[in-house]
Design a protein around this ligand. Sequence first.
Ligand code: PEP
Length: 258
Amino acid sequence: MRRPLIAGNWKMHFTVPEGLEYALRLRHDLEPYAAHLDLVVLPPAVMLWEIANALRGCPIKVGAQNAGWEDQGPFTGEISPKMLAGWCDYLLIGHSERRQLFGETDEELNRKLQAAFRHGLKVILAVGETLEEYETGRTVEVITRQLSAALYGITLTAATDLTIAYEPVWAIGTGKAATPQYANQTMGLVRTLLARSFADLAASMRVIYGGSVTPANTRSLMEQPEIDGALVGGASLKAADFIQIVQATAEVVRSKRV
Ligand code: PEP
């Protein structure tokens, strides 16, 4: 059984003091669940260092929401994986908001992935189809293109630190999560595609779901065999909701072990 991962994507929310206070609350309330799953928070870059220090020695890991591919240089406003290395555990790459609002291309995401692995970061790579692609039956084509472009040249060794987040764009922030069956089926496809690049590893790689995950739908999603956790946006901003999502996932893990 793959160990689940629950990641909270804070996007562009909270001031630094608010983020710090929230991280300390999560540290207090979530520690007991770390025996059953991996936990990650993805705060905005401006508070990442502060929160990494606040969570030091605790099982909740921190990750950045984005980084470039160069180590340093004239890239105003950008942060590099080299700057994150050694104290930040994870990096989220390819979130649909980065792809759509900031025009990130598959080729750029491949460069980011290479750079992240060069600096020892664990990567959550997000893929997913838009509503129009979904409605015109192009999901398989889109996921195949996104994955094969992003994973080009990635070694088997590096891929051990890779998690794929399947996030149908039409489900992000809309309150309309994919059905557990649809998510499971598409994530099965993701695993089949992973096996083309990483035959011996694909069965043990994590594929997590993102898109309007709430305390109410967590259990039914996590019960699916291909769903190894969740990337949570809106519901990760409210302690009560995020804690319930973690609790529900831990309960599914426990019930599968019995
Ligand atoms: C996300 O931003 O990755 C996400 C899944 O958002 P939400 O949970 O709000 O749909």
